[in-house]
Design a protein around this ligand. Structure first.
Ligand SMILES: Nc1nc2c(c(=O)[nH]1)N[C@@H](CN(C=O)c1ccc(C(=O)N[C@@H](CCC(=O)O)C(=O)O)cc1)CN2
Length: 299
């Protein structure tokens, strides 16, 4: 079987050897940007990008994303994190600092539909996804040979209503402890609350409708019955509320009365794969902050 040789999978990460990203959310107030930028200046960092947003300025929330270069980052990151704790405490911040060189590790879950998985594999192979696809998990064998042709481990873990708890236990075992994000690429199983608790806001699903329309199963059939003139897809973080998690990205496409369910699904597949890939890329690039059940996405 021909192995899909990775082209240009460097993704440029090597050229960012001292690049870090910081994500911050906290109660809004004066002086936050000054405190963060002063702290970074004090410790020899050079800010290369900075974005911020205030939700409901009167006593609302403040969100910030900063990219910066810091000499000897690898050796100094833990010290910087420890020192920043004082600033964070002063402003009651939730915050994270990421070393860009540490590529995120993805686990992709898939059932039988291939288009979203294929899109992610193509983008990864082309070097457009700055991450490592550590493994693919599926409750069916359909995608095994295709996944393994990329040199990626494929784990078949069957799931039934009666075996879901055991199956999820096995899934957690094969995932291990160093997966940063799980992508449900048309994985057609409801994830349990206990599994979600392990990976809060680290599981991204693609729902094949323009949420909140047509929640649950068979959204294209629902759309056809409703006689819609637009269909869409929604990428969201998975929560206990089915298809109700924080929305990351959406897109739509016009349709007409002459498009039956098969045609709606065909048109929808292109939307789904593009929307999911955008959401995964933004998560990998640390562009997404979640507050209550909404996201702030610094593009
Ligand atoms: N806890 C959550 N789990 C999942 C979510 C979510 O938002 N929260 N999104 C779904 C994806 N999905 C629609 O996009 C979806 C998938 C599966 C089902 C469903 O009813 N599955 C049945 C089994 C069906 C089968 O075996 O073929 C089930 O799990 O009992 C509804 C919606 C992914 N999971």
């Amino acid at each position: 079987m021909e192995l899909h040789v990775k082209r240009n999978n460097s993704s440029g990460v090597e050229s960012y050897s001292n690049r870090a990203r910081m994500l911050i959310s906290c109660p809004d107030g004066p002086g936050i940007v000054a405190a963060v930028s002063h702290f970074l200046y004090q410790h020899g960092a050079n800010i290369v990008q900075s974005d911020q947003y205030t939700m409901d300025p009167d006593g609302g929330m403040f969100f910030m994303r900063v990219e910066f270069d810091l000499p000897e980052l690898g050796d100094r990151l833990e010290e910087i994190r420890s020192l920043f704790g004082g600033v964070a405490e002063r402003f009651k911040m939730n915050w994270k600092i990421f070393n860009v060189r540490h590529k995120k590790r993805l686990a992709i879950f898939v059932s039988k539909e291939d288009h979203c998985l294929v899109e992610l594999l193509w983008q990864w192979q082309a070097g457009d996804l700055e991450a490592d696809i550590a493994l693919v998990v599926s409750n069916h064998f359909d995608m095994k040979s295709y996944v393994e042709s990329f040199g990626i481990p494929f784990h078949h873990i069957p799931v039934t209503a009666d075996t879901k708890a055991e199956a999820e236990k096995r899934q957690l075992e094969v995932i291990g402890d160093d997966i940063d994000v799980i992508i449900l690429a048309r994985y057609m199983q409801i994830i349990s609350p206990s599994f979600i608790e392990h990976y809060r806001h680290q599981i991204i699903n693609i729902h094949h409708s323009f949420l909140p329309a047509f929640i649950g199963g068979n959204p294209y059939a629902q759309a056809y019955q409703r006689g819609v003139k637009i269909i869409g897809a929604t990428a969201h973080y998975v929560t206990e509320e089915l298809d109700g998690g924080p929305i990351i990205e959406q897109d739509v496409q016009r349709v007409s009365h002459g498009d039956d369910v098969i045609e709606l699904k065909r048109i929808g597949r292109t939307i789904e794969r593009v929307v999911l890939a955008r959401a995964v890329k933004w998560h990998i690039e640390d562009r997404i902050l979640v507050h209550q059940n909404k996201t702030v996405v610094f593009k």
